[in-house]
Design a protein around this ligand. Sequence first.
Ligand SMILES: *Cc1c(COP(=O)(O)O)cnc(C)c1O
Length: 386
Amino acid sequence: MSERADPWSRRLARRAEARRGEGLWRRRPTLAPGDPLIDFAGNDYLGLARDPRLAEAQAEGARRFGAGARASHLVSGHLAVHEALEQRLAELTGRPRALLFSTGYMANLGTLQALCDRHTPVFQDRLNHASLLDGARLAGAPSRRFHHRDLVDLERLLGRAPAKAPRLVVSDGVFSMDGDSADIAGLAATCRRHQAWLMVDDAHGLGVLGEHGDGCVGRTHGVDEVPVLVGTLGKALGSAGAFVAGSEALVEHLIQFARPYVYTTAQPPGVAAATLAALDILASEPEHRQRLRERIRVFRREAATLGLPLGASTTPIQPVVLGDNERVMRWAARLHDRGLRVGAIRAPTVPRGEARLRITLSAAHGDDALDALLEALASCAREEAT
Ligand SMILES: *Cc1c(COP(=O)(O)O)cnc(C)c1O
């Protein structure tokens, strides 16, 4: 049977077998309304995804503008609600302009592809998000990866390739699998010395960090320090989509040249309307961010008491690095049995041997939820000790 299978069936079967053999086969849990598990795996840091005000704004946006945008931005899909959202995002981040993309993945692909070509060296933190690595690949640009958060290593790489052509340094703002933050001021100073541009993807900082929820770049570091800022709307802001913020010239350049911007249908207008509602809440209800900070503090204090291998993160992303894949799956299953969902993250998403539980905290978690999580983690640790 198998030797008669066509080449494609053989290829799929071979790759499936290899992945299963490594213990890396992935499954998608299907969540129904009223899902009984408490979610410590998502990125809804402020609890806005389930805020009825966003759902209402989304419905109203759809009624006014339609369920879909009907076309790309450059044709006839750029609606007044998109324009209003871009202005609000520019204000939030203290930049002259912002440009909406349908997803963060596309924002990164589009930006890197529009800015770089095969003669543009791109310097990436080695733990950068996959979409940043893929964006450089789409541009055909050579990516050089510096050690995680290591400015000396970056300096060394920049020094090796003198500045004849434009060069781009790229970093996550908050690293999605570790929860630690980039040293933005340090990166900016290094870039200035080498006349390189700095691009920061603040997917996990926006809405959470900064005095106004403006992220780890936002109004603290202007366009002179961080010329290219990416933010996403599907995490703390509870909706979907992304944006790139920067100078007038940058945004116009992206409109002209970013193929993942030009050749795609604009975001559904209801989603833009829901995001505007999220920005209103972010500005008028700082208590959600305060509550989130308090959740993080309690979790770290109690988890340290249990002797869990925590990372250096002070953000809502709290990895427990257990090392091998099976151990991670065992702990995740045990937490699942106790009604808790956490991310079980393995290679290739994180380096081999660094498999981890990715626990994310949210302002929406009550005391009971946090207690249940800590108790379940304690039970996993006890189980192993015996
Ligand atoms: C989630 C994420 C993205 C992708 O954003 P989407 O809107 O989900 O496509 C990009 N960069 C980072 C760092 C992320 O964590």
